[in-house]
Design a protein around this ligand. Structure first.
Ligand SMILES: NC(=O)c1ccc[n+]([C@@H]2O[C@H](COP(=O)([O-])OP(=O)(O)OC[C@H]3O[C@@H](n4cnc5c(N)ncnc54)[C@H](OP(=O)(O)O)[C@@H]3O)[C@@H](O)[C@H]2O)c1
Length: 324
């Protein structure tokens, strides 16, 4: 697979998101053996960037990734996130205080079975802690060798600039796909100015863009999408129509809709490494094959001209935590 650089960090340009193996989606946590086989297949196919977080599970997703990477740690650019679990007794929400981070990192290292994290992201900006304090603490962890690179997730331009002034930020991870174009206006220009890499999460529109989701009945009660605005009764049909337009372009080139969605993202720059999530071997094979998919200028233009998806990407409380 083609490699790119997230600032000074080399990665194969299609990664693997591990969240849905343990958290948030129908079937999460039901078949860890299959999930581990999926991670191994991804590595065999040349994937290097594996993405998890302390809050996925919570904790069980890092444990799963740690089990999968036994004996293969050196093949991987291991990324995890802190900041959505408070280790200082704060009630709910974000905690990126120095004390919370110092506890969080030790837990993640233990669960991941490693003595260093390649890319350590703040999961959401914490209004209760100045970003300078958070990044100052992360810089100390870099010096101590516990983490190698610093990342932010769903941070806005001002936070990115302030963070980068304290210690170089290697990557920002935010939702970006044919369904969610928000980072283009304000975030991507700042990242390019500062030389920071970009990791689009939910690059398949949380599965919608693959065409595999046809009905709200596809979700069980534990599924995060059941009450996500993108998937409400009101918005579902509009978004299904968009997914069908992606599928129509895929049919022109004998590709799958998910591959087209990923290839469109890859066409947006040499500093972009999406992390599609799946817990199935055949789907990791399909998704990584998007690396070699060629879209014509006309196809790219038609994809870029698609209207935005209907509905916010998160519920109102979660939206408040995102700097867009
Ligand atoms: N920073 C953040 O706040 C944040 C937020 C959300 C996610 N993330 C990260 O981003 C990663 C990816 O995002 P995501 O999982 O939310 O969304 P996604 O990658 O857009 O979509 C994942 C969904 O699509 C399905 N899928 C994947 N490949 C498919 C294929 N080829 N055909 C049909 N269905 C397919 C998966 O189901 P199966 O698993 O059943 O295949 C899963 O339900 C996560 O794993 C996580 O690491 C980060």
């Amino acid at each position: 697979m083609k490699h790119i650089r997230l600032r000074d960090l080399d990665v194969a340009r299609i990664g693997l998101g591990a969240m849905g193996m343990s958290h948030g989606y129908t079937g999460a946590g039901t078949d860890d053996d299959q999930s581990i086989r999926t991670i191994h297949r991804a590595l065999d196919l040349g994937v290097t960037l594996i993405d998890t977080a302390e809050v996925y599970g919570p904790y069980t997703n890092e444990e799963l990734v740690g089990r999968a990477l036994k004996g293969r740690r050196d093949q991987v650019v291991l990324a995890t996130k802190f900041g959505l679990i408070s280790h200082t007794g704060r009630d709910g929400g974000a905690d990126s205080s120095p004390a919370s981070i110092r506890t969080a990192v030790e837990g993640s290292l233990t669960r991941l079975g490693t003595d260093y994290i390649d890319l350590y992201y703040q999961h959401r900006v914490d209004p209760g802690t100045p970003i300078e304090e958070t990044v100052g603490t992360l810089a100390e962890l870099v010096t101590a060798g516990k983490i190698r690179h610093i990342g932010l997730s769903e941070a806005g331009p001002d936070t990115i600039r302030r963070a980068h002034a304290v210690h170089p930020v290697t990557a920002v991870q935010s939702e970006y796909s044919l369904f969610t174009r928000d980072p283009e206006a304000r975030v991507l220009p700042v990242l390019r100015e500062l030389g920071i890499g970009f990791v689009p999460f939910s690059p398949l529109g949380r599965g919608f863009l693959t065409g595999a989701i046809r009905s709200r009945q596809d979700f069980d009660a534990t599924d995060f999408r059941a009450d996500n605005p993108r998937f409400t009764e009101e918005n579902f049909q509009h978004n299904l129509d968009l997914a069908d337009q992606v599928a129509a372009i895929a049919a022109e080139i004998d590709a799958t809709p998910g591959q087209v969605a990923l290839a469109w993202l890859l066409s947006r720059g040499e500093d972009i490494a999406p992390i599609p999530g799946t817990r199935r071997v055949e789907r990791v094979e399909e998704n990584t094959a998007a690396d070699t998919l060629h879209l014509t200028d006309d196809q790219l233009a038609r994809l870029s001209a698609l209207p935005p998806a209907a509905g916010d990407t998160h519920n109102p409380a979660q939206m408040k935590m995102m700097e867009r």
